[in-house]
Write a protein that binds this ligand. Sequence first.
Ligand code: FES
Length: 130
Amino acid sequence: LSLHDALPIYFKNPRNVGEIPDADGVGTVGNPVCGDLMTIYIKVKDNRLTDIKFKTFGCGSAIATSSMITELAKGKTLEEALKITRANVADSLGGLPPVKMHCSNLAADALHAAIEDYNKKQKCKEGKKE
Ligand code: FES
């Protein structure tokens, strides 16, 4: 899928948009360049991402890349999902114009933040058991 094919599809019909009210992890990041915000919600079972949704006050590129990253990450283990980098996202969309790179970074950063949040919560739970 090239950028020109993929962007309109993901922009017009973004997948996995919304919130997960009982999410196991939530990550929000702001885009320092434009001030836009991105939140990613994850559900985790047996160390795998069983569900993932995003909400953004961002531009079309941010929406398209988040939609793409949620599809890439679903079903993956947490370790695999952490390996999805900013560059993978842009690559899987066939490359993004440099001015739009900062928009695609939001999705990878928010996903990583959501996984960190999940890991932190797990540690708290373990701590309470002891
Ligand atoms: Fe703000 Fe793209 S211009 S996320």
